[in-house]
Design a protein. Structure first.
Length: 220
């Protein structure tokens, strides 16, 4: 099977953005300090649905609303998803304090392919698939044969070779995910992953549990 057909299209619609994004975390000594925002956004506008239904957790009327833009090949996104997000879900989303939206911001064809597969997962298992792909990121993101590596991962989620190929050749889905990315960049100034829009403020970079918790608590 050739490398993804989507490599034939301009995924990023403009100048290519480097995939290597510097670590923007916070030292343990400053874990309780709230990070400085990188500007303001119109949160009501940001919360409006785009070209795809949002993947969201929590109560829509929660006092704190977070939109995360992520890329599946971003190591800092993987670290955040594995080390920070579970505690944020338990302490703030599950308790009704945070409404959390995940949005796609692929930097390269493999990230795009992973997002397409997540949107195509049998039984709408988007988030479990995302978790699996982040946990195994090194296995497929850097494999010499990316298509074969991702097919093996997809089979674990219930895909067949036929459904795998059908998903990755779905032009409308490709265009819709591109539209999510383009909107994030053009309307909200997203240019790195992970980027968080939190109650009208923008923050870029991986955050520890303590840092994200301090930020959320400051808005409650």
């Amino acid at each position: 099977m050739p490398e993804f057909e989507i490599t034939k299209r301009n995924l990023l619609r403009g100048a290519a953005v480097g995939a290597a994004i510097g670590t923007m975390g916070f030292s343990a000594a400053h874990a309780q300090d709230r990070p400085k925002s990188q500007g303001s956004v119109d949160m009501d506008k940001a919360l409006e649905p785009g070209s795809l239904p949002d993947i969201a957790l929590g109560e829509p009327d929660a006092p704190v609303k977070i939109i995360e833009y992520m890329s599946m090949t971003c190591p800092h996104c993987a670290t955040y998803q594995e080390e920070t997000f579970p505690a944020i879900k338990e302490n703030f989303i599950d308790t009704g304090k945070v409404y959390y939206i995940f949005r796609e911001f692929p930097f390269d064809p493999r990230a795009m392919a992973a997002f397409m597969l997540a949107r195509c997962t049998p039984n709408d298992k988007y988030l479990p698939f995302i978790d699996m792909m982040f946990q195994q990121q090194r296995t497929w993101a850097t494999a010499e044969d990316g298509s074969a590596a991702m097919l093996q991962m997809a089979k674990l989620a219930g895909f067949t070779q036929e459904s795998f190929q059908a998903c990755l050749t779905d032009q409308k889905l490709l265009d819709d995910i591109n539209a999510v990315r383009t909107r994030g960049a053009d309307e909200f100034g997203v240019n790195a992953t992970p980027t968080f829009l939190i109650n009208g403020k923008k923050y870029a970079g991986d955050m520890s549990v303590d840092t994200m918790s301090a930020l959320i608590n400051s808005m409650l």
